[in-house]
Design a protein around this ligand. Sequence first.
Ligand SMILES: *Cc1c(COP(=O)(O)O)cnc(C)c1O
Length: 391
Amino acid sequence: MDFQQIKDINNSSAMPTYGRYDLAIESGKGAVAKDFNGKEYIDFTSGIGVNCLGYADEGWANAVAAQAHKLSHISNLYYAEPTAKLTAELTAATGFDKAFLGNSGAEANECAIKLARKYSCDKYGEGRNEIITLISSFHGRTMNTLTACGQEALHPACFGPYPQGFVYCEKKLDEIKAAVNEKTCAVMMEMIQGEGGVIPLDKDFVTAVCDFAKEKDILVIIDEVQTGIGRTGKLLAFQNYGIKPDIITLAKGLGGGLPIGACLCTKELGSTMAAGSHGSTFGGNPIVCAGASYVLGKVNNEAFLAEVQEKGKYLREKLLTFKNVKSVRGMGLMIGIEVEGKTGADVVKSGIEKGVICLTAKALVRLLPPLNITKEEIDLGLERLKAAIEE
Ligand SMILES: *Cc1c(COP(=O)(O)O)cnc(C)c1O
């Protein structure tokens, strides 16, 4: 098929849920993507933070292929080696006690929501079920996680009724304190709001919220779906904040390109979800877990993470020298660029013509390059992005 055929077939058969750019990628290697005409692009998106080791990483592809040849799926009625191995590696790497594996970020957050409510119900009885989330947050597209998003625009009346039990607050301690009552069981937040516009939370705010939550026995859920697995230069973004959450969720980068989500919790919450309380047909799929084990082995390494920090710093410093760049924010390889006089979408479209693929986040240009992107790939991508931003 050529590009036009793919586009036509897709548009005549797929629900029009996505506003797609005029581009289809045929293959890729590292941070370089190739379209159906053979044109090459530097990919600063990693498929929205998913391909954290870039396209077609040799070790990852081998791990996935070997498992596909051995055992693809068995169901959670039985034990599977790659699944057991990944949960052990995840808990060891993160310091959490127990993990549940699902297939996406939204599912990881669904598990976190159920877990927080059940823990609270077991301890305090029914009715203590409200979860505080922040304005501009994003937590997923299932009905619960969609409702959890602190963005009015995501809650049109046509999708209602929405589930109950979510309360939205500005990033202000006073507002959170005022919103807490006998029904509050958890507060859920992203350390850097990704979809909301690459907004890093203030350290003092986060620490104060966590202290207050501890005082009230309110659980702290950190949504690390976008920020986790090395994205910010630490394995987990909350490690930049010196806090200890009760529950975290992971997804995007964890599978290195295959669908996976994980919800992890502390020892105190570890036995809350008893047999039958939660599940997933595909959760813990052996092929996906084999890929995720490989990713975790690569990323959970001090030298690797130090390079993510260095590359992030290098990118941010270069970007600040570009004409029209008003500000640059983010951490590690999660970067938001505020461009004067242009929308993020303008820059992204122009970037595609020039051979660089970027994301938007609200009005900003957002970069989530593969964590192992090379210096040469960064420089080539920056040269093209500079042209798109400065024109
Ligand atoms: C992408 C994202 C989600 C949703 O993940 P899906 O895999 O699309 O369900 C949830 N939370 C955050 C912070 C995200 O960035």
